[in-house]
Design a protein around this ligand. Structure first.
Ligand code: SF4
Ligand code: SF4
Ligand code: SF4
Length: 186
C-alpha cells in the first residue's frame, strides 16, 4: 500500500475512534472541558508520528513551539522537523527510549508519563523467515511484542508495542514498516 494511502486509512480510523471517544465524553458529561473544546480535541488527531511522550495532538500543536530542542537532544537522529513541528522518521533510525527528547522539552509538549509513540510496525514486504531463518525483529524487541514462529512472518502484538521502531530498523529485508496509528494520548 502506498504511504499516502496508509496515512489516509490511519486518518479515517482515527476519526472513527475519536468520534466514539467524543460521544463517550458527551454522554458522561464528565470533566471541566466544555463540549465544544471536547469536540475539537477529539477530532484533532495526529496524522504523523510524533516523538515519544507527545501529549494529545490538539494540545501538542498548542504547546510545542517548534524550537527543535528535542531534535538536538536525540542521540539516534530519529526526530525531524516538518511544518515547524517534530516528527519521527524511522527510515534510517529508531527510538532507543533514552528520554532525552522528553527532558529537553521545556514546554511540556513531551511527557515521560505518556511514553508511547503513535506508530506500529506492519508487514509491508515479504518476510525472509518464510524461506530462510530470521528472528531479528523478535530478538531485538525489548517489549516482547513480536510473536515469532518458524517459517512464517512474525505477528505484532500491538498492545505490548510502544512504537520504538527497532524491529523495522533491524529487519534485513525491510519487511516491516512503521505506520502512524491512533495516538495513545488522544
Ligand atoms: S527517547 Fe531518545 S532516542 Fe527516542 S526519540 Fe527521544 S531522544 Fe530520540
Ligand atoms: S516497534 Fe519496538 S516495541 Fe514495537 S514490536 Fe517493534 S521492536 Fe517491539
Ligand atoms: S526481521 Fe524481518 S525478515 Fe526477519 S522475521 Fe522479522 S520481519 Fe521477517
Amino acid at each position: 500500500m502506498m504511504k499516502d494511502q496508509r496515512y489516509y486509512k490511519a486518518y479515517l480510523e482515527h476519526r472513527t475512534i475519536s468520534r466514539r471517544g467524543l460521544l463517550r465524553g458527551i454522554f458522561k458529561g464528565a470533566g471541566s472541558v466544555p463540549p465544544a473544546d471536547q469536540a475539537i480535541n477529539s477530532l484533532c488527531v495526529a496524522t504523523v508520528i510524533r516523538p515519544p511522550g507527545a501529549v494529545s495532538e490538539a494540545l501538542f500543536n498548542k504547546t510545542c513551539t517548534g524550537c527543535a530542542d528535542c531534535i538536538s537532544a536525540c542521540p539516534e537522529g530519529v526526530i525531524v522537523l516538518k511544518e515547524q513541528r517534530p516528527e519521527l522518521d524511522f527510515l534510517s533510525s529508531y527510538c532507543s527510549r533514552c528520554d532525552a527528547c522528553i527532558q529537553a522539552c521545556s514546554v511540556g509538549a513531551l511527557q515521560k508519563s505518556e511514553f508511547q509513540i503513535n506508530a506500529r510496525p506492519a508487514l509491508n514486504n515479504p518476510c525472509q523467515n518464510t524461506y530462510m531463518y530470521c528472528d531479528s525483529c523478535a530478538d531485538r524487541c525489548q517489549k516482547k511484542a513480536i510473536r515469532w514462529q518458524s517459517n512464517t512472518p512474525p505477528v505484532i502484538q500491538n498492545a505490548d508495542c510502544d512504537g520504538c521502531g527497532e524491529c523495522a530498523f533491524v529487519c534485513p529485508v525491510n519487511a516491516l514498516e512503521m505506520s502512524v496509528t491512533l495516538a495513545p494520548a488522544t
